[in-house]
Ligand binder design. Sequence first.
Ligand SMILES: Nc1nc2c(ncn2[C@@H]2O[C@H](COP(=O)(O)OP(=O)(O)OP(=O)(O)O)[C@@H](O)[C@H]2O)c(=O)[nH]1
Length: 320
Amino acid sequence: MTDASNDIVDFHWMLEILQTIDIGLIVIDNEYNITTWNAFMENHSGRAASSVKNQPLFEVFPELPEAWFRQKADTVRLLSIRTFTTWEQRPYLVRFRNYHPITSTAEFMYQNSMLYPIVDTKNQVTHIAVVIFDVTDIATSKLALQEANGELERLTRTDGLSQLFNRSYLEESIHRELQRSRRHNHPASLIMLDVDFFKHVNDTYGHVAGDDVIRFIGRQLRLNLRETDTAGRYGGEEFAVVLPETSANDAKVFAERLRLIMEDSTMKHEDTEFKITISLGIAELTDTMSTEQDWISSADHALYESKHNGRNQTTIFKTK
Ligand SMILES: Nc1nc2c(ncn2[C@@H]2O[C@H](COP(=O)(O)OP(=O)(O)OP(=O)(O)O)[C@@H](O)[C@H]2O)c(=O)[nH]1
C-alpha cells in the first residue's frame, strides 16, 4: 500500500474508534460552532450529529457557563495547551441524565472534561476538541464515602442520648475557646448545669424516664443556643455550654431563660407527669484561669453554690 492509502486506512480507524469509544467528543471551531459530534454525544443528548453540525455550542448546551468556557478556550487557543476540569471542580460540563440506575443514585452524569487544541500545518489553533469522560461511578462512590466519613465523624463527637456534643469534644471546644478568647482579648463564658434531684427521678419513675429528661434538656439546649455556642453533655446529668463573646451577665440571661423553660415544663412518663428543675453555674474567663480545667472548676464551683443555696437557680462565679 502507498503512504497515502495507509493514511486513509489510519484515518478511518481513527474515525471508527472515535465513534465507538465511551468518551464524548465535540469539536468546535474558533466561533464556537460544532463541527464534530461522536456517537457518545448522540446517545446521551439524543441529538444526531447532523442536527447539531454548525450550531453554536452555547445554543446546543444552554447550561454551559459561557464566560467560564470562553476563558478556558482562550487559554487553550493562546497557549496551545490542554486544560482539564474535574467533576470535583464542576460536576458536569454538559448536563446528561445518569444512565447507571443500578450502580449509582446520581441524577446526572458526573464528568471530567478536557479541552484540546487542534492545530493546522502552520501551527495555528483552528479548532478545539472537547473531550468528556463519564466518571459517575467514581464520583458517586467517592461522595458516598465522604458522606459516611462525615457521619462517622459526627457520631464520634456526639452524645447518643442528648444528641449534644460528648465530653471529649466539649473539652476540646472549651480549650479552643479559651485560646481564642485570650488571643483576641474578648469575653467568653462557660455554663455548667445539672438536674436537681435526678437520683429521685430515676428512683421514682425509672431510668427510662430519667433518660427522657436528658433527651429533653438536649433538645431545649439545641433550640435555644446561638450558632456560635457549643453545648455538650459533660457527665451523667451534667451539661456544659461554651458561649463565645459573652460576658457572665449576658450568659445569665441565657441561663435563666433555660432554667425557666425547665421549671415551666412538665415531663411525662407513661401515665405519670412530673416536674424537674435545673441548677446552673457561670464562669466568665479571667486571667487567673490558666487552663480549661480552671475554667471548668470555676463554673462547677458556681453550680455547687446554686445547689447549696436551694437549687433551681443560677450563680455567677466570683474570684475572691
Ligand atoms: N437515667 C439516667 N440517669 C443517669 C444518667 N447518668 C447519671 N444518672 C443518674 O443521675 C443521678 C445523679 O445523682 P446525684 O449525683 O446524687 O445528684 P442529684 O440526685 O441530681 O442531686 P443534686 O444534683 O444534688 O440535685 C444518679 O442516680 C445517676 O445514676 C443517665 O444517662 N441516665
